[in-house]
Design a protein around this ligand. Sequence first.
Ligand code: PMP
Length: 301
Amino acid sequence: MRPYEDAKVGLLTHGLQYGTGCFEGIRGYWVPENGELYLMQLREHYERLAISAKILMMQLPLSIDELIEVTAELAARNRFDSDIYVRPCIFKSAEDVGVRLHNVPDAFAIIPIPFTRYLDVNEGLKAGVSSWRRADDSAAPPRAKITGLYVNSALAKSEAVANGYDEAILLSHDGHVSEGSAENIFLVRRGVLYTPDPSQNVLEGCTRRSILEIARDEFDLPVVERSIDRSELYGADELFFTGTAAGVLHIRSVDHRLIGDGTMGPITKRLSGFYERVVRGKERAYERWLTPTYSGRTVKA
Ligand code: PMP
């Protein structure tokens, strides 16, 4: 563990030049009345990182259990008393020229920072379908959270903002709905919750998984994972994005078509409210998703 300023990488680092790295984004939720910082779904995030690393022929330096422990320890040593964002990353660290995955050493880091809001639009997001298609698994797999793949998201996001939208919705190569630039997407129609299945070139989001579980187990909602057409978005009763940074975010319009009456629908409201309670440690049954930072450790916030 060292100060951020002292952790340096060189300009020729493989991961920087070729995008050969992968990462996670994890949230920590500060609950002042408990004097506790809860790290959300560490196991799920590190399991996904292990798969991303495997795809890029890299090896995590520690077991999942050790990574969970180190992350909590790191957060505790920083004595955070605010929400935080944790960025673990593993990248090809050689400082030489030559694009490949084999025979390149890798390096690993975990960087925790105080959290600042990612997307802050209380009245709902204006989304636009991007002219950029989602990268296809046959070219570079979005199932892995690969550094270089975020060029795809960045192109879509900046185009969306330049066109007056808050966020982009990317279609996959065959024209079906895939996801937002850094969020999964959900659609509600006639009381059924739909989201693109994992073969639609989506990142299999940890928040997506929790929302599917909460919808089924807490609200008895039928959930369907299948390919979704662009025009189905326009006729949805409710639409929302999910993501670690964003949480549950309601979408008020797509391509200038209002979704429902534009306000947050009842199902989005219920799921979002419940999710907020879960991440702040207020739902007993879901404490298994939370790792406390301070309890059991000598360091206090
Ligand atoms: N899709 C993409 C492309 C993302 O970058 C993210 C954010 N990690 C998500 C979906 C949502 O995933 P999660 O819920 O695990 O944050």
